[in-house]
Design a protein around this ligand. Sequence first.
Ligand code: CP
Ligand code: NVA
Length: 327
Amino acid sequence: MESPSAPRRSAALRGRDLLSSADLSASETRELLVLAAELKAGRRQIDLGGKVLGLIFSKASTRTRVSFTVAMARLGGQTLDLNPAVTQVGRGEPVADTARVLSRYVDALAIRTFAQEELADYAHWASIPVINALTDLEHPCQALADYLTLAERFATAADGRLELDRLQGLTLAYVGDGNNVAHSLMLCGALLGVNVRIGCPLGYEPSAAVLEQSRSLAAAQGSSVEVLHEPVASVRGAHALYTDVWASMGQEEEKAARQQAFDGWCLNEELVAEADPRAIVLHCLPAYRGLEISSGAMEGSASRIFDQAENRLHAQQALLAALLGGL
Ligand code: CP
Ligand code: NVA
């Protein structure tokens, strides 16, 4: 059980869905990051005993699957793997039926799939929280862990607590494909007042709609979202350098063409040298060393990639606690 003196926050998140990073307000995003840091430090305990999270994953996953499973276990709840291959989901049972039935059994669903529309369809029919565990459009759980990692480096007070105002004016530079991970970084970064720079080859820009949405959120926080087409200019002076695979799940056939298009966009030691001297290197993983990131950048002293992977667990514990009303 939580300690009696702990502040009751995030009550407004109870029962909600997380389909996009922009489903959270700026203050809700901050509250989740603060709670994640408190849980990580052992300063908060939350009991979700009896709650069950269902996982419907139509794409491969190591981090998201395991971190959700362990997060529920640590909160005293359970996870049920509703693998589409062994449920009627894989045989094409309509989302409208599956979502309503599962809402009678489990307390939340974490869904990894291709189309954002399918996720939205689940959320429409389910009466329980639906969490985006990655779609082609977004990866909001990843972005929470990523900004927690940035905050640990640049926005932590002497007593170990986060001071998220200190994120304001920092720059996160993402070099690579304007994909799901980039989209959630843009939206979540905008909510936190972080300047987000996307550096990519021509033709691999983020979605125009997400760019417009993130710019309008950033304007409200006094920050910016830019798209550049030159690697060094993209990373110059940045406080975090981030990359992801050039061909996402579902784009396997484009792999060779993308490797050509992204020639010169490897996040390597030369690019790291152009960043702020305190900059950290991030990658959501899995990574292809020698393609989007060099082995040196991945294993170098600036890398926080494995802290970032760990932070999936803490950020998702905070999210589950907020959505399932354990706060
Ligand atoms: N970063 C991430 O979502 O990893 P998985 O695909 O292993 O879940
Ligand atoms: N952009 C990648 C992220 C994997 C975690 C993909 O969608 O495959």
